[in-house]
Design a protein around this ligand. Sequence first.
Ligand SMILES: Cc1cc2nc3c(=O)[nH]c(=O)nc-3n(C[C@H](O)[C@H](O)[C@H](O)COP(=O)(O)OP(=O)(O)OC[C@H]3O[C@@H](n4cnc5c(N)ncnc54)[C@H](O)[C@@H]3O)c2cc1C
Length: 293
Amino acid sequence: MSYTYHAPRSIAELMAVMAEKKDGAMVLAGGTDVMVEIRAGHTPQALVDITKIADLNGIRSDGDTIHIGPTTTFTAIVESPIIREAAFVLAQAAASVGSPQIRNRGTVGGNIVNASPAADSVPALVALDAGLRLLSPAGERTLGIEEFLVGVGQTAILPGEVLVDISFPALAPKTGSAFIKLGRRKALAISRISAAAIIGYDDRELMCTDCRIAVGAVAQSPFRVRTAENIWKNCSLTRNNRDACVQAALQEISVTLGQRASAAYKKQAGPAIIRRAVDAALGQVFGGWEQVL
Ligand SMILES: Cc1cc2nc3c(=O)[nH]c(=O)nc-3n(C[C@H](O)[C@H](O)[C@H](O)COP(=O)(O)OP(=O)(O)OC[C@H]3O[C@@H](n4cnc5c(N)ncnc54)[C@H](O)[C@@H]3O)c2cc1C
């Protein structure tokens, strides 16, 4: 089956195409997922290439809020001084994607909308409390990323809507962050389990002031282990509290893993990955565990 190709140059032109093609339009960004789908026989009526629209690309800081255009590639994220400074966890997640070719073509917007449980940028964006701005000919709305992701390959996006902006608050000073991924192979590995951690600390009180942990590839979508976070947040920065937090995270992921074939393996690997992410996050801003308990 053939399809028409459209390459709007502005958001206004994009909206005109979306209004005309309605349900028949499929957005094309880097194409690393779309082309696989098309080859598998899922052909749209119209392919709408959004990579020619300058306003949908790039990273900027607006006060304490970071904005990323959806067609920004993983390579651009890895190389961005803004992201390295304000959201190191996302730079690490982007660096762990596939191969240089995939990082050069694949976009953060495509990674989100593709909604794979193993998408590498998503746990980082979930931990960062990212908001997603969606635009359609009917209007615009903003959803939190956890609200947006509703299942494997499924999102809350409506026909005609395009993701036009990803934003989140810059991390505060004395806040470290890290992403750890366990894949099957070193290169081109889709994540078998991943964790993104953001840890803030107060050096006078030796308290954990911020604790955000998101896990990937253990449920239909990456999610925050909030019970575990609350065990450590506003408590002392001790190994015991860290371990209690990781243990609680294991309880939370055990529920979502259920009886799937990989559950036994992921229950073993999960706590180790989460602990490594938390320790790496702390290591960024803090001298290491030797300084406390
Ligand atoms: C060999 C290989 C290795 C890979 N390795 C990894 C990996 O290690 N980690 C990982 O996370 N992923 C990996 N992927 C998956 C893929 O590269 C990523 O999901 C990538 O981010 C998709 O981005 P894209 O720009 O190519 O999206 P596209 O393929 O262009 O689009 C993906 C989906 O999102 C929709 N879409 C894209 N942008 C928008 C938008 N702005 N608004 C609305 N809808 C939109 C498209 O319609 C489509 O449904 C790999 C893929 C391949 C082929």
